[in-house]
Design a protein around this ligand. Sequence first.
Ligand code: MTE
Ligand code: MO
Length: 268
Amino acid sequence: MPEAKPSTTPLTEEELRRQLGRMTRRSFAVGAAAALFGLGGWTWLRTRSTEDGIPWPLRRVLNLNERLAQAYYKNTRLAPTFARETAREPRVNGQLGLDGGFDLSRWSLHVEGSAGRALQMSLGEIKALPRVEMVTELKCIEGWSEVVHWAGARFADFVAQCPLATRSGKRPNLERSANDLVEYVRLLTPGEGYYVGLDMPSALHPQTLLCYEMNGEPLSLAHGAPLRLVTPVKYGIKNIKRIGTIRFSDQRPADYWAEQGYDWYAGH
Ligand SMILES: Nc1nc2c(c(=O)[nH]1)N[C@H]1C(S)=C(S)[C@@H](COP(=O)(O)O)O[C@H]1N2
Ligand SMILES: [Mo]
């Protein structure tokens, strides 16, 4: 079983931005190649097996374009940040998957990759990743929002040290081998009562954090102790509290509120 070690070379914001830019350009190139493919390729395309009723090569291009739009619109901008004094405790909203009887002392984070590969991480290992603080707005799809001061680790720093995030099973080098990264991340509460899917560009956004503190205090159980996701470029529904499992995969994961008809990306 691969062992989880904290990253010794955390990505700087600058490196992250360059990385995200490169992923975007690569998607453009693939889209352009598909366009040049032209008429001759069409017969070939039509004879391919289908995914969701669309020949698979076309499906791949659609997915790439979809990803490109996401990377372009969401990752090239940062959500606004606020002065610390304006931070407040948000209302406790949504208790799905936060069942009573949860034993904080026995918690550990399950991390799963493809081919049944898995490892466990302690909160200590998450806290050993570079600590990041941000004061951002938590926006609920119901129409309220609150400015909150968060502390945690960048999801990108977590990915950078995680061999389960790649198809090869090697620790990803976000600068050089982004293609080897799987496309999606699924986060689930310990009993799987709540679950959220994220595309990899959103997961790698510099303001997507694995948080363990709110307004200078360890997270309370109601706000998602011991570890929750905070991503201010998405609505509150994606900010899953009490993460039990993080699963890397190439299949777009099920998402609790997307299943109820909300937009899968839930960006704003
Ligand atoms: N496990 C879990 N996480 C969740 C929810 C939930 O029902 N269960 N609700 C989401 C919604 S809709 C919002 S707006 C935020 C609210 O976070 P807060 O309770 O810390 O204010 O949590 C999100 N994370
Ligand atoms: Mo919400």
